[in-house]
Ligand binder design. Structure first.
Ligand SMILES: Cc1ncc(COP(=O)(O)O)c(C=O)c1O
Length: 304
């Protein structure tokens, strides 16, 4: 990726020209937060559509506010910089965009009062994240971080060590993805995606008070289920065995997209294959992401 362009310190520059100190606080203490955004390539229209671009930068600035990382850009400026970056890299494939806001100072102390606030935006092609359409998940013994520890709502870089420990535990045992429980034993989310279950014709997903990231894909899925499929969607706490007993379970996330979970802790979910609700939502999601459904065309920002 050395020859790709990135947005750094207000300019679009070659990635290999960016040098960040080994002493940087963002690196030493994880004083940063980030976003993950996708842009979908439509081969027939030869167009790249960035999915819910504004919402991602609104969430980033909200995270920055909570974490005292005062980057000097508005949502509009960040959207514009991202479009220019994608154009400059001449990307004509589905792409993942990663803005990281962080404390840049080299001073030895994990202080958020430091006023060296920076943002870097880089991008890379990304297809199906796991390469699979059906996942086997397992609960991790690591507990999900709470709002009073390292607020999951803010997508803090440091919190992804919690995600990485969970993934390490379950992936090394042969599962595809981890699931977290909260301290209260409520189903929370995956290391980088939200979780849904279908029971008795209703879709149920954990509420923000169960320490989830309020996913933009989660919001999209909830809207599509309600508005396009007429299915009731309920946000409420879920217990572990309820998930085992569900008719369907699926994940949603920018990298993960919408993907079926067909096994949890070695228990088959439904008939052990992707269920009809997940299949329909996934189809709708990809149509919406490539601006095929007019009602949702404002979710898609064309690059070219
Ligand atoms: C912990 C966590 N939960 C959920 C999500 C899904 O959020 P979104 O759909 O906004 O990508 C992500 C990905 O950003 C995540 O890192």
């Amino acid at each position: 990726m050395e020859n790709m362009y990135v947005f750094y310190e207000g300019k679009i520059v070659l990635e290999r020209e960016v040098h960040i100190s080994v002493r940087c606080k963002g690196f030493n203490y994880g004083l940063g937060c980030f976003e993950g955004i996708r842009a979908y390539w439509d081969e027939t229209e030869k167009q790249l559509y960035v999915f819910r671009l504004r919402e991602h930068y609104e969430r980033l600035l909200q995270s920055c506010k909570v974490l005292y990382i005062n980057i000097p850009y508005t949502v509009d400026e960040l959207c514009q910089a991202t479009i220019e970056l994608l154009k400059k890299n001449n990307l004509q494939t589905t792409t993942y965009i990663r803005p990281v806001a962080f404390k840049g100072s080299n001073h030895v102390a994990p202080s958020l009062l430091d006023d060296d606030n920076r943002i870097v935006i880089y991008c890379q092609p990304m297809g199906n994240f796991t390469g699979k359409d059906e996942l086997r998940a397992a609960f991790t013994s690591w507990e999900r971080l709470g709002d009073n520890m390292l607020p999951p709502r803010t997508k803090p870089t440091a919190a992804y060590l919690n995600s990485a420990l969970a993934s390490l535990e379950v992936v090394s045992k042969g599962y595809d993805e981890a699931l977290f429980l909260t301290r209260n034993g409520h189903v929370c989310e995956g290391p980088g995606e939200n979780v849904f279950m279908v029971r008795n014709g209703k879709i149920i997903t954990p509420p923000p008070s169960d320490n989830i990231l309020e996913g933009i894909t989660r919001d999209t899925v909830m809207r599509l289920a309600r508005q396009e499929l007429g299915i009731e969607v309920i946000e409420r706490s879920i217990t572990r065995t309820e998930l085992y007993a569900a008719d369907e379970v699926f994940f949603s996330g920018t990298a993960m997209e919408v993907v079926a979970v067909v096994e949890v802790d070695d228990r088959k979910i439904g008939n052990g294959h992707q269920g009809p609700v997940c299949r329909k939502l996934k189809e709708l999601f990809f149509q919406v992401a490539t601006s095929k459904i007019k009602t949702y065309s404002d979710f898609c920002t064309p690059v070219y």
